[in-house]
Design a protein around this ligand. Structure first.
Ligand code: 5GP
Length: 192
């Protein structure tokens, strides 16, 4: 039987560079990494594609998925709902693929409570400082000032949850952070 793939949870405040780290990791063939596309009720940002960054759904459709127990976890984040489709994650792991979830802290707590095999890996990406994070969010230019403020407040809150993660990686330099996460995954693949 094929060895089941890892379930890799990656979290961190928005603006910390999780998305970029993930994209870099996905390019590395030795990691056999597959991204779990979440479902969300938030609006599409410019450049996003339905089914690639997220499945963009209405609130009604999202809530139907909760009611049908289709989500491994879900959470509300700054007024929108986000959740992980359960079946796809299971299917990919059974095929031996390493699955990456990029989710916030409440969702992580749910997964850690529900999934108890030793293939679960949790990594928190931390910013060098909160000031740096605010600058990055502003520089991204995709959100209003009000949303930026609530995301910074949320980041401060999320930081308090970093101890539930097995690994904390500080993203002060992208290459270094990518390498660190890559090494964590490679070690887990070797069963260390
Ligand atoms: P964004 O709106 O910036 O794409 O995502 C906002 C936050 O929601 C990020 O912290 C992201 O990691 C998180 N997120 C994305 N998908 C999911 C999901 O399926 N479940 C949970 N709990 N959080 C998610």
């Amino acid at each position: 039987m094929k060895k089941r793939g890892l379930l890799i949870i990656m979290s961190g405040p928005s603006g910390v560079g999780k998305g970029t780290i993930r994209e870099e990791l996905m390019k590395k063939d030795d990691l056999n990494l597959h991204y779990s596309v979440s479902m969300t009720t938030r609006g599409m940002r410019p450049g996003e594609v339905n089914g690639r960054e997220y499945y963009f759904v209405s609130r009604e459709e999202f809530d139907r998925n909760i009611a049908n127990d289709n989500l491994l976890e879900w959470a509300e984040f700054v007024g929108n709902r986000y959740g992980t489709p359960r079946d796809k994650v299971e299917q990919m792991r059974n095929e031996g693929k390493n699955v990456m979830l990029e989710i916030e802290v409440n969702g992580t707590a749910q997964v850690l409570k529900k999934v108890h095999d030793d293939g679960v890996l949790s990594i928190f990406i931390a910013p060098p400082s909160l000031e740096e994070l605010e600058n990055r969010l502003r520089g991204r230019g995709t959100e209003t000032e009000e949303v930026i403020k609530s995301r910074v407040a949320k980041a401060t809150h999320e930081f308090g949850f970093k101890d539930q993660y097995k690994f904390v990686v500080v993203n002060d330099k992208l290459d270094k952070a990518v390498d660190e996460v890559r090494q964590i995954i490679l070690n887990a693949m070797k069963g260390e």
